[in-house]
Ligand binder design. Structure first.
Ligand SMILES: Cc1cc2nc3c(=O)[nH]c(=O)nc-3n(C[C@H](O)[C@H](O)[C@H](O)COP(=O)(O)OP(=O)(O)OC[C@H]3O[C@@H](n4cnc5c(N)ncnc54)[C@H](O)[C@@H]3O)c2cc1C
Length: 344
């Protein structure tokens, strides 16, 4: 068995029968043709690997950037799936290409960005997606336009597909003239700045993220553990009556509620369970305080879910993808608790 510790940002010491780093086409073919148990990983920054895995873990490691089209207004650039997302944002800004700056400093790879349609500060991957390139089991590649990717809030067809189709590259449409997206509350102060640039937005986001999120190199975590729940208007009105200070945001015909607020006001910010904890600066993040087993974080997630359900009647859903010895589990299934022996 080989250790997966370097391949997950929680830093869990679980193992796999084999680990294959995918650098190019031969490795992709091996992955898509593997009929045994297999898992695909990028940077491992959005997964909770709960058990040893009896199959092969394929880690995307391909590199390559190609400018495919350039007009007066925009450029379409292809990024190989193993390119670092953080470096991709910096590369674009360095080339005078914008539209991506709000997504600065998100860990992980370009190939994983469409999977949960990464988002931050009012923007998401779908806003700049030209195509997602995938490889089918027969080795043929297809470029899916965004309307075929099933993007919605922290969701895509790639996330709902538990068999895990292989993403080999993404094509981004980037603007050659900067249009600010600073409607998000924490960015509105930038509206007063003269000659605002994409780099100013980037700098502000660096500052905001550094304040709130733990660095996985020091404290194991996978970013926001839970999704912000989306509820119907009737439920939202009932909660507003009981908790007048609860922030609520329009979300189409529904209402989105910040899960971090729910957890914080339920008294769990900084709460510790064995070697796992709710992060003291952002209650949406669960951390490995050092040496935690995956089950300790799962049990903590269960405690948080119970408390939020009891207090608000809202069922939190994990945003991180949980895998066990059979592969990724359905995000809607209940979290597996110690001693129950049942599915997640
Ligand atoms: C500190 C911190 C901050 C974060 N902030 C944000 C944030 O602001 N917004 C946000 O949306 N996310 C955030 N995240 C979560 C995470 O960084 C993103 O979801 C990221 O896109 C995951 O990339 P990854 O390469 O690490 O994917 P992994 O964790 O390795 O994989 C995630 C999923 O994608 C699949 N996958 C990965 N690569 C491929 C591929 N090539 N083909 C097919 N499937 C693939 C995996 O099977 C898995 O299901 C944060 C995480 C951390 C640790």
């Amino acid at each position: 068995m080989k250790s997966l510790r370097p391949y997950n940002t929680f830093g869990f010491d679980v193992s796999a029968r084999d680990i294959v780093l995918m650098h190019g086409i031969e490795d992709y073919l091996r992955c898509v043709r593997d009929s045994g148990p297999r898992l695909i990983l990028g940077g491992g920054s959005d997964v909770l690997l709960s058990e040893d895995f009896p199959g092969t873990v394929y880690v995307m490691a391909s590199r390559g950037i190609t400018v495919e089209r350039k007009t007066a207004d925009y450029a379409v650039v292809r990024f190989a799936a193993g390119e670092s997302w953080k470096e991709t944002v910096e590369w674009c800004l360095g080339c005078g290409l914008s539209g991506i700056e709000n997504l600065a400093l998100i860990p992980g790879t370009c190939g994983a960005a469409p999977v949960q349609n990464i988002g931050a500060y009012g923007r998401e991957f779908a806003d700049i997606c030209e195509y997602v390139e995938i490889m089918h089991e027969d080795g043929t590649c297809e470029r899916l336009p965004p309307e075929k990717c099933g993007f919605s809030y922290r969701m895509s067809r790639f996330k709902s597909d538990l068999s895990g189709c292989l993403i080999t590259a993404v094509g981004l449409r980037l603007s050659r003239s900067f249009v600010p997206h600073i409607g998000y509350k924490a960015l509105q102060c930038l509206g007063e700045k003269r000659d605002l640039s994409a780099l100013d937005v980037y700098d502000k986001i660096l500052e905001l993220r550094g304040d709130r999120l733990p660095d996985p190199a020091r404290i194991g975590n996978a970013g926001c553990f839970f999704q912000n729940p989306v509820i119907d208007r009737e439920k939202a009105a009932e909660l507003q009556r009981r908790f007048p200070e609860m922030p609520q945001f329009e979300f189409g015909s529904l209402v989105k509620v910040p899960a971090g607020w729910l957890i914080d006001k339920a008294g769990l910010k900084g709460f510790e369970h064995e070697r796992a904890a709710v992060w003291s600066k952002q209650a949406l993040v669960l951390v490995n305080r050092g040496g935690a087993r995956p089950q300790e974080v799962l049990d903590l997630a269960g405690i948080v879910t119970d408390r939020v359900r009891e207090r608000y009647g809202i069922e939190l859903q994990p945003e991180v993808r949980i895998a066990d010895s059979r592969g990724f589990v359905d995000p809607k299934s209940p979290l597996r608790r110690s001693g129950t022996g049942r599915g997640h």
